[in-house]
Design a protein around this ligand. Structure first.
Ligand SMILES: [Zn+2]
Ligand SMILES: [Zn+2]
Length: 152
């Protein structure tokens, strides 16, 4: 639970703002790249009256404001990330888990020099493979594949 002064200063805000704060709090608490359904379940636990549509709408608003990161997963539900600094993700094809990948920050967008005038706004990398936990359970053999690189 993180309560910042920014959270506090806005007591007399609209219901929308309060609901948005609840959704943001849930994403920050879950920390493990929840789906919108996961976020809804987490919010509903403490606020049973909140609707799924409200949670989903607020996730969209938070993502568009850059307060959470929407991680688009190939062939899966979008995930939400409390981390808003650029980083890469790995998707486990066995358990469906999404993990943060720490790698030297390469600002790929700025390195694209021959894009025929295309205005590049973002670049998202999702690696695919098998997470350590699934490997140790022997549920899948390890494969060095990267769906993002080969699918184009
Ligand atoms: Zn896994
Ligand atoms: Zn992440």
């Amino acid at each position: 639970m993180v309560t910042t002064t920014a959270d506090k200063h806005d007591r007399a805000t609209t219901r929308n703002t309060i609901q948005r704060a609840l959704v943001l709090e849930a994403v920050r608490t879950l920390r493990d790249h929840p789906t919108s359904a996961d976020v809804y379940e987490a919010v509903r636990e403490h606020h049973p009256s909140i609707s799924r549509a409200t949670v989903y709408r607020n996730l969209g608003v938070l993502a568009s404001r850059g307060e959470v990161t929407r991680v688009e997963v190939p062939n899966g539900a979008d995930r939400y990330d409390f981390r808003t600094t650029p980083h890469c993700h790995a998707l486990c094809r066995t358990c469906g888990g999404v993990f943060d990948i720490e790698m030297p920050q390469v600002d790929m967008a700025s390195q694209v020099t021959d894009a025929h005038g295309f205005s590049i706004e973002r670049c998202e990398i999702v690696f695919e493979g098998v997470c350590a936990q699934c490997q140790s359970r022997g549920e899948a053999h390890v494969e060095k594949d990267c769906g993002s690189c080969h699918s184009a």
